[in-house]
Design a protein around this ligand. Sequence first.
Ligand code: PEP
Length: 256
Amino acid sequence: MKTYIVGNWKLNFTVGEASIYLHKLLKAVPNYRDLEIVAAPSTIALQPLSLQIDRHKMKLAAQNAFYRDYGAFTGETSFSQLRGVVDYCIIGHSERRYIFREDDKMIAKKMAAAIRNKITPILCIGETESERAFGETADVIRDQLIGGLSEVSDDDIEKVIVAYEPVWAISSTKAAKMATPDEIAEVTKLIREVLAEVYGTKVAENIPILFGGSVKPTNAGAYLMVPGVNGLLIGGSSLILSEFTDIIETAKRVKA
Ligand code: PEP
């Protein structure tokens, strides 16, 4: 299985800045066949960057899209409009769940829409700080996983990527708010158990699971060594060229 290094640029960079940053990234990143390096810029930058990107080296992801292919949905961008522009889409990121109130039903429709439009969905799941404190992590993971995948057919299930992103560990500067490899290992194991229960062990083994939450060059190696982790979803560190390329080199070393 490939190792995925996905940079979520969130609401950073104008289109011009994104283009310059991509140019620098493409120069810095070698063509590593066993690494899938993905950048997720803002929607407005996707189309121009899709003309600039070297798809042998890197791929593009959308950060979000709407589940209906056409219709009266002012302000939205559909997966059908992104078809051919991006290879991936992040779905159900905690910022979508908690700021924009996306629930598992909407996320499930987006998962189906992505697959219908030949875009690989990266389903983000993860518990909040209080859910963890109340011992609800396993229930939350199970519900978000089963709920988010509920509209994906058995034939398509292996087209999905899952990202475990504990909400409390995202954009953290304090060590206490960063996940430990043991915590990640426990949840990754649980995700594969739930997948095995619902879809069988072969599917459970074949679905890539990424980790996200304050990944930096200093912890990327330890996170990538967690059994069952197939890659990283990175916010802050993906915006700094030296840090992102450092993480890519670490992935190459650790997963070689
Ligand atoms: C994210 O945006 O998904 C993320 C994990 O951000 P950060 O790496 O900054 O915590």
